[in-house]
Write a protein that binds this ligand. Structure first.
Ligand code: C2O
Length: 547
């Protein structure tokens, strides 16, 4: 492979959206940030200079980082933040992955504006397992806040309540005609009749799972999270934050209109407020008749809480599983974990004017197995490398919930959680199964769980409480989809499997940033294997120090 070099200058830049001009953190002055292009097998070297008045780190979402955990990026997990004025070089190889991934800041809520696509082409001369598209177009779905997202989460954490929601959804940064003074700020995808396009879709929104559809056009899904899937068609897609999806769209040979709406709207079951708006981009046929741009044919999207539509869509994913790209599902399990995933509440410790804005005068918290994750003050990976756990790590993370109840029924009154920085130690090469069970505390809500350092197979899913006796028999161990982010369904569960063959400390968390901020997170500590090429190498010399 080649070495591909990029420079990321993190700077403030002025942008105007929804009639508001403001200064936002950007990479190289661009919003969304620059596209990274590599081939499978290449080394990627990204030189980051932090020129803003805040800490920053970068995460290469979905990249496995085999023995390159120092480049993974989550703040206080694999590195301390790059402080203002400092630099850090991320260097890692892309091994055994191809398709669309993305990069984003992994400190506080900075990823709201610090994100961009990562396109991984197959090795030179290796074709796609589907007809080569005429053109490929990265399409990042995002969320725009008129307020400073850093101020939004700060306020929420101080008052204990839910954060203010975003003001618009965006396509490659453009909100489009359904929002105030944004008609001229519309993303247009120009297509030629009869040609096939591959949309490299990325959900970069902070807090919303999204429905996606194109009026009068059927989409063929060929890839998810940089793994090939058995192609299937759909009129409406569902993409959770963190997930990527490559879809083929064939422009019709002749059409009734010269332009069609591409629409995005939220899917949620939250009991709180959410950004319930629909964003529009335009699929524009060339040659184009401009008069047709009024009354765009619009797709009909499911209702915001249509869980059936979501279940129907997610049930279609299967690994491609052919001779060249076989599914390699672990058939036996060394260690089984049962994790409850959900919201909870905390006693109000520092009330603002005597109250906390969470439910019943509490503050919101979120947890896995009743433990709400606390970010340490130093990097866990560094602590692990130096075997200096004291004062950093607490007891091991529980392998099953501390309090058992009917997870999908009416939750008990006492929904308080404990807090801590706790990890699960794993011996090298352990085969792990995790059943992630959604809980109904504060209302059932799906949680897009993202695992760093690994892809996992989604071997089972269902509604209600997971039942080991019956549900295990229904697992798909033949061609389950391989992903790095999976939404734990509303009032249901999902079972994943992976082999812990990548030494390091790997965070697993909800990719709704507000839930991550509330502690819906844990980490796996995967020990070195016996062979030299199974060990984590020493940290790079320029790894940022914690103050
Ligand atoms: Cu895309 Cu830990 O994040």
């Amino acid at each position: 492979g080649l070495t591909r070099r990029y420079t990321f200058n993190v700077t403030m830049a002025t942008v105007t959206r929804l009639c508001l001009t403001k200064s936002i953190p950007t990479v190289n002055g661009q919003f969304p940030g620059p596209k990274i292009s590599v081939r499978e097998g290449d080394r990627l070297v990204v030189n980051v200079h932090n020129n803003i008045n805040n800490n920053v780190t970068f995460h290469w979402h979905g990249v496995r980082q085999l023995r390159s955990g120092w480049a993974d990026g989550p703040a206080y997990i694999t590195q301390c933040p790059i402080r203002p004025g400092q630099s850090y070089v991320y260097s890692f190889r892309i091994v055994g992955q191809r398709g669309t991934l993305w990069w984003h800041a992994h400190f506080s809520w900075l990823r709201a504006t610090l994100h961009g696509p990562m396109v991984i082409l197959p090795p030179l001369g290796v074709p796609y397992p589907f007809p080569k598209p005429y053109r490929e177009v990265p399409l990042m779905l995002g969320e725009w806040f008129n307020a400073d997202p850093e101020a939004v989460i700060k306020q929420a954490l101080q008052t204990g309540g839910g954060p203010n929601v975003s003001d618009a959804y965006t396509f490659n940064g453009f909100p489009g005609p359904t929002y105030n003074c944004s008609a001229k700020s519309t993303y247009k995808l120009k297509v030629k009749p009869g040609r096939t396009y591959m949309l490299r879709l990325i959900n970069a929104a902070l807090n919303d799972e999204l429905f996606f559809a194109v009026a009068n056009h059927t989409l063929t899904v060929v890839q998810a999270d940089a793994s090939y899937v058995k192609p299937f068609t759909a009129n409406t897609l569902v993409i959770s934050p963190g997930q990527t999806m490559d879809v083929l769209l064939t422009a019709a040979a002749s059409t009734s209109s010269s332009a069609f709406a591409i629409a995005v709207a939220p899917y949620t079951n939250t009991v709180g407020t959410f950004d319930n708006t629909t964003a529009i981009a335009v699929l524009e046929y060339s040659p184009q008749r401009p008069s047709m741009l009024r009354n765009l044919p619009a797709p009909s999207l499911p209702l915001y809480n249509d869980t059936n539509a979501v279940t129907n869509f997610s049930s279609k994913f299967r690994s491609l599983d052919n001779a060249r790209y076989p599914a390699q599902v672990p058939m036996t399990v060394d260690r089984h974990f049962f994790f409850t995933v959900g919201l909870g509440a905390d006693p109000c410790q520092s009330p603002i004017n005597g109250t906390c804005q969470g439910p019943n005068n509490t503050r919101f918290a979120a947890s896995i197995n009743n433990v709400s994750f606390i970010m340490p003050k130093t990097s866990l990976l560094q602590a692990h490398y130096q075997r200096m756990y004291k004062g950093v790590l607490m007891a091991n993370f529980p392998t099953a919930p501390v309090r058992k109840f009917n997870y999908t029924g009416t939750p008990p009154n006492n929904t308080f959680v404990t807090h801590g920085t706790r990890v699960v130690p794993l011996a090298f090469n352990t085969t792990v199964e995790v059943v992630l069970q959604d809980t109904s505390i504060q209302g059932a809500e799906s949680h897009p769980l993202h695992l760093h350092g690994y892809d996992f197979y989604v071997v089972g899913t269902g509604f209600g409480n997971y039942d080991a006796n019956n549900d295990t028999a229904k697992y798909n161990l033949v061609d389950p989809v391989k992903r790095n982010t999976i939404s734990v369904p509303t009032a249901g569960w999902v079972a994943i499997r992976f082999i812990a063959d990548n030494p390091g400390v790997w965070i697993m968390h909800c990719h709704l940033d507000v839930h991550l901020s509330w502690g819906l997170s844990m980490a796996w500590l995967v020990n070195d294997g016996p062979l030299p090429n199974q060990k984590l190498p020493p940290p790079p010399a320029d790894i940022p120090k914690c103050s």
